[in-house]
Ligand binder design. Structure first.
Ligand SMILES: [Zn+2]
Length: 565
């Protein structure tokens, strides 16, 4: 082994030691965030639709379970939102970590009062506020809140994270004290071989090829040798299971050896919110979009800069010379250290087609492009694509407010959004503030938040597909649920209305009693807006309720009713 290579390997090892396993040293400082028995419905690093899961999802079975501080520390941020984490608490700890507790139903009374006061002060249900160090401090194991199902949550659970405070990078909590019983190995279902150049061939084809693996003597194998020519990469579909549950989890570590030499190693111990879109480069986006199958590509595309690869040779891409044989071994480890193995044989073939006609519309990932046709223009910045891709841009047909344009294929993943703009025709100028760009998918229209500048209506899109201009001139609908004209509400603890918008979506919602703003709590999953009677309601002999709801195209819905109390 020559000196340079040795230095390189030592460098790799030292980087590895620095950036992985940060939480192991804190094993005895943290307690569990719940007092009930630990059961996970989601684990750290598992692939979701467009991101990696950044924490643990604990089953809570019902709302209202005590959520406790995992270590001494103070509440540094409180969040209330109809979306995302719903009600959440962020705590900072002296160890340099931040713990996050999401989808809560309630805070402790002191925090609850602080939050309500702030909501009234801001006239806003949604709040996101940073607090001074000495405001709310807790000891390890003290109750800080109660579990719930608020925000984007599909059932009562606690979303729990541990982050490095300085970088806000989520770390894997399972590296600390949180022992979850797990003696089940990852299950491997399919293997894919990807031709990685226009010359490459996999068993006679220049397209990704799927192989069904069989398990013999505990190892997953394929009965025949696969014929490959030119540079290729391997993809693997697997799921992890844990003892006593039926959930599917992600794996922690994957290693690929070519003829006993490690060429690919991924390890998910630390994530980065800025790089979450890279999930669709690590996992085959087309397989996910079309078959909801997560196929881990064991090669790294040029614009994927996630820091989850402690060791790579040629980014995991390899070839077998014509007439030679190769042996590939893959190991998949879960977070408890259970491992499954795959072994396959490959035979080198002559790679070349006689002639390769360079495809049109090939965009290089590290260059920027402006595509323009008639009233539409598309700006694709460098680093939008993970690798070079064919992006077709063309007018598909005429439309009502603009023509319909196709930009690329929707199975092409993006690391960043691209910008699409339409120049507004004279006859629609008066509708400019109701106009927006839609993306059409399988007959469904997706509203994209418009950027309006002079006569251009633009949108920043995270998907390729078909686009055109549309308008929303219809106000949100407001329907009373438990109130009616002159009804006596004394026996109710709240007023409820149903709010819904047909197209661009609800942007703002406000409730007023006798012209005084009161706190309306919005649950978008149930289209529910509720005011719980509190001491902020003005005292009067007669009462009038106003509900004002605005959509994203500035259409305003109003509901007014008199009631007694
Ligand atoms: Zn979660």
């Amino acid at each position: 082994m020559n000196g340079t290579r040795l230095t390189f390997i030592i460098l790799c090892i030292s980087i590895f030691v620095k950036s992985y396993g940060q939480l192991e040293n804190y094993k005895h400082q943290f307690v569990n965030p719940l007092r009930i028995e630990q059961s996970l419905s989601g684990n750290f690093g598992e692939p979701r639709s467009r991101h990696f899961h950044t924490g643990l999802d604990y089953r809570t079975w019902a709302d209202g379970k005590d959520v406790v501080a995992i270590a001494d520390g103070y509440v540094y941020r409180v969040l209330v939102s109809p979306w995302g984490y719903g009600m959440a608490i962020y705590m900072n700890h002296p160890s340099g970590h931040t713990s996050v507790y999401g989808h809560l139903s309630k805070f402790t009374p002191e925090i609850e009062k602080f939050v309500t006061d702030l909501q009234y002060k801001n006239h806003s249900f949604a709040i996101d506020t940073v607090l001074p160090q000495d405001m709310f401090t807790f000891k390890r194991g003290e109750t800080i809140a109660y579990s719930g199902n608020t925000g984007f949550s599909e059932g009562p659970h606690l979303h729990f994270e541990i982050r490095e405070t300085d970088t806000e990078h989520p770390l894997n909590p399972l590296e600390t004290v949180y022992h979850i019983k797990d003696d089940k190995k990852p299950e491997i279902t399919k293997l894919f071989v990807y031709p990685l150049s226009e010359k490459s061939i996999v068993d006679g084809s220049n397209y990704r090829k799927e192989y069904k693996l069989e398990k013999s003597n505990g190892v997953y194998t394929y009965k025949n040798s696969m014929g490959i020519g030119g540079p290729v990469g391997i993809g693997l579909a697997y799921v992890d299971r844990m003892t006593g549950t039926t959930n599917r989890y992600g794996a922690k570590t994957v290693k690929l050896y070519l003829d006993n030499e490690l060429i690919y190693h991924s390890e998910v111990s630390e994530l980065d919110f800025e790089k979450q879109r890279c999930k669709n480069s690590v996992f085959d986006y087309d397989c996910y979009l079309n078959d909801k199958l997560h196929v881990h590509k064991l090669f790294v595309e040029p614009n994927n800069d996630l820091k989850i690869f402690p060791y790579l040779v040629n980014d995991g891409e390899f070839y077998i010379p014509d007439g030679s044989n190769g042996h590939v071994k893959i190991e998949v480890y879960d977070y408890a250290g259970n491992v499954s193995e795959v072994e396959i044989n490959l035979s080198g073939r002559d790679a070349c087609y006689d002639n390769i006609v360079q495809s049109k519309n090939l965009l290089e990932w590290d260059k920027s492009y402006m595509l323009a046709e008639e009233e539409c223009r598309v700006e694709i910045d460098s680093a939008v694509l993970f690798t070079d891709e064919k992006i077709e841009f063309k007018k598909v047909k005429e439309g009502k407010y603009s023509s319909v344009y196709k930009v690329g294929e929707e199975n092409i993943p993006q690391k960043k959004d691209f910008l699409i703009s339409f120049y507004l025709d004279d006859e629609f100028l008066s509708l400019a503030d109701k106009m927006f760009v839609v993306r059409e998918r399988e007959g469904k229209f997706r509203y994209i938040n418009p950027i309006r500048s002079q006569r251009y209506i633009s949108a920043s899109s995270s998907y390729f597909g078909q686009f055109y201009l549309w308008v929303d001139t219809i106000a949100p609908k407001i329907k009373p649920k438990n109130i009616s004209q002159n009804r006596n509400m004394s026996n109710n603890s709240y007023i409820e209305v149903e709010i819904e918008d047909n197209f661009s979506g609800i942007n703002q919602f406000d409730m007023y009693i006798n012209d005084v703003w009161v706190l309306g709590q919005y649950d978008p999953r149930k289209h529910q807006l509720r005011y719980y009677f509190d001491d902020k309601m003005p005292k009067a002999d007669s009462y009038k309720l106003n509900v004002v709801v605005t959509d994203n195209c500035n259409n305003v819905g109003i509901y007014e009713v008199d009631f007694r109390y």
